[in-house]
Design a binder for this molecule. Structure first.
Ligand code: SAH
Length: 249
């Protein structure tokens, strides 16, 4: 999968792409990241990429010409590649959106800086707008890295364990069950007996119950869209009733 990233600060991407999974994905050809410096596409001796906002006020706004020129030079004018603007005003990134992007073989990401983009970039160039959460960053580069990281681990072959992404938190709408590794006892704290039992069916049941219980406790909002069996729904209703009874006692 190829990402074309348009940025004023390509250096930000260097070390994250040189470590661990992203590095390995690049080396094995599963991931390609092309960084394009928007400044290279700015005209004039000073290659200006930002300007004062019309109407006054503080901060600088990213000019439309260099961003359009960069994207059109790399992708062509007619393209089916999604052109994603990173902006705190976009749809909020989640596992579902990551799955959606992972279906494409090529995605373009445009990183803003300063006060953001001239509105015409949003209106006439971008085909999608993504926010990584309800807070404001100084630039879109870290957001782009979040998107690349979350999307690439969903592509076949990227994770060492091909089933790794299936149980992940948010994949099936639930938070993941707790993990334990050796030693079996650490500072007097043990490991749930079922995990040492070697009984795979019991382990699976325990994990599913833990995932449900965790999601119910921490993120009940996720349960509304989770894929649950009738029995699981009944069990959660029972948990809720017990809980309501307990707090009203
Ligand atoms: N004034 C703008 C914010 C500008 S922040 C506004 O209020 O909407 C500067 C740049 O950082 C943005 O153009 C965007 O590319 C990036 N950015 C900031 N917060 C982000 C977020 N939550 N998700 C994705 N990108 C973000």
């Amino acid at each position: 999968m190829r990402f074309d990233i348009f940025t004023l600060f390509p250096g930000i991407f260097e070390s994250p792409l040189r470590e661990s999974m992203l590095k390995r994905s690049i080396e094995s050809g599963l991931l390609e990241v092309q960084l394009h410096n928007i400044r290279d596409y700015a005209e004039g001796r000073h290659q200006v990429t930002d300007d004062y906002p019309y109407g006054g006020g503080g901060g600088m706004v990213m000019k439309p010409e260099p961003v359009f020129a960069a994207v059109e030079a790399v992708l062509g004018v007619e393209t089916t590649t999604p052109i994603v603007l990173l902006t705190p005003q976009g749809r909020v990134f989640n596992q579902q959106v990551a799955f959606e992007l992972a279906q494409h073989d090529r995605v373009a990401l445009i990183c803003g800086r300063y006060e953001g983009f001239d509105e015409r970039i949003r209106e006439h160039l971008a085909t999608d707008e993504i926010s990584i959460g309800d807070y404001v960053l100084t630039g879109g580069e870290l957001a782009a890295l979040v998107v690349v990281d979350a999307v690439i681990r969903l592509r076949p072959g990227v994770l060492g364990d091909p089933t790794g992404a299936i149980d992940d938190s948010h994949a099936g709408g639930l938070l993941e069950y707790p993990h334990y590794t050796r030693p079996p006892e650490f500072r007097g704290w043990g490991v749930p007996e079922v995990l040492l039992s070697g009984d795979h069916a019991r382990v699976d049941r325990w994990r599913r119950e833990q995932a449900l219980r965790r999601t119910w406790l921490r993120r009940p909002d996720l349960l509304e869209r989770a894929e649950l069996t009738e029995a699981e729904q009944a069990w959660l209703r029972q948990l809720t009733q017990e809980w309501t009874r307990k707090i009203s006692e």
